[in-house]
Design a protein around this ligand. Structure first.
Ligand code: ADP
Ligand code: TRP
Length: 321
């Protein structure tokens, strides 16, 4: 079973990314064939500052390594280090109907957020399909927002196989319902573009300030607190096991609980949870030579698989005259 997913280096990674995608990927490396990459070609659709893109790509690599992604147990690389994916995108583009892309919510959502309409942004799902198909992925762990893109990749694979003969594995999206949409501090989906995130490696003072600003309702202290749709409850639960969640639920349902106290606890919990990773991250980030050599060998492993699929594609479309 080959599991593959990527993340854009388009800003600081947050706990929505961590629980929705990164942690699940890191867990998969123990008993699956894991392919994980930083999709900097995709980030070009919304980042137009070269220095920023470079830094964010490096930061995302360090984040993943610090959080436990093991380059010995997985294939971990930066998308642009295997540029063959852009050639594959072209072959796929020509069998991708306009209607399929026009139906994608993400394009419309991004325009609404002020990202400029461009051909790259519109055809983004085709590049993502190439990412998935070129590495023969069976399963793609993502948050709910990316489900449609994985379905587009499936449609494209099926169409390519019909037009040119059996070439690709048909991938499955892998979404864990409990982690499908992690709320941000304002209750909307946590997202870099909404400014409502809790960063994984935010400094102590900023983290405290962010946690204290989590939106809560105005239930009086001496009444039971609601659980359903309660952002504080949802965020705290991410860090608890089943017994811990039950206990938290009881505390919410018992009159007397003060949201301010829970926020302080949540702050300490998050700060301690990421403490060992923070230390590791500092060490890793200080050694760019090591980071670059890890990424180079990851790209070599990834390329081996990509090149095989690409030569099959070239042959099946008839480009190898
Ligand atoms: P953002 O919305 O912050 O830009 P991305 O779209 O880059 O995040 O998402 C990267 C990965 O993290 C994807 O697999 C996405 O589904 C997952 N993810 C992002 N935000 C959340 C969230 N709030 N809840 C669950 N998963 C998320
Ligand atoms: N579009 C995904 C996101 O924004 C990132 C991505 C690019 C991806 N290629 C991928 C995810 C391939 C899974 C598989 O989060």
């Amino acid at each position: 079973m080959r599991v593959l997913s990527g993340i854009q280096p388009s800003g600081s990674l947050h706990i929505g990314n961590y629980f929705g995608m990164m942690k699940r990927m890191i867990d998969y490396q123990e008993n699956h064939e894991l392919f994980c990459f930083i999709v900097n070609f995709h980030a070009l659709t919304s980042t137009f500052d070269a220095e920023r893109l470079r830094k964010q790509t490096y930061d995302a690599v360090c984040d993943f390594l610090a959080l436990g992604l093991d380059p010995e147990k997985s294939v971990f690389w930066v998308q642009s280090d295997v540029p063959e994916v852009t050639e594959a995108t072209w072959y796929l583009s020509n069998i991708t109907g306009m209607g399929l892309l026009e139906r994608c919510h993400s394009y419309k959502d991004k325009l609404a957020k002020g990202i400029p309409a461009s051909h790259g942004l519109f055809s983004y799902p085709v590049l993502m399909a190439a990412d998935i198909l070129l590495y023969g992925a069976n399963r793609v762990p993502v948050g709910k927002d990316q489900k449609q893109h994985v379905e587009v990749a499936r449609d494209i694979a099926i169409r390519f196989n019909n037009v040119y003969g059996e070439t690709f594995i048909i991938p499955e999206p892998d979404i864990e319902s409990e982690l499908a949409t992690i709320p941000g501090i304002d209750g909307q989906k946590m997202s870099k573009s909404y400014g409502n995130t809790i960063g994984i490696f935010t400094d102590e003072a900023s983290l405290k300030q962010i946690i204290m600003s989590i939106k809560t309702d105005s239930t009086p202290v001496n009444e039971p607190k609601p659980i359903e749709g309660n952002v504080l409850f949802s965020l705290y639960s991410l860090f608890l096991d089943q017994a811990g969640k039950e206990e938290l639920k009881d505390r919410f349902l018992t009159p007397g609980l003060k949201y301010g106290d829970v926020k302080k606890e949540l702050f300490s919990t998050i700060w301690e949870y990421f403490a060992p990773y923070r230390e590791k991250r500092e060490q890793i980030a200080k050694d760019p030579d090591l980071v670059h050599s890890i990424m180079k060998s990851g790209a070599e492993k990834a390329r081996k698989v990509a090149v095989e699929y690409l030569s099959k594609m070239r042959h099946n479309v008839g480009i190898d005259y």
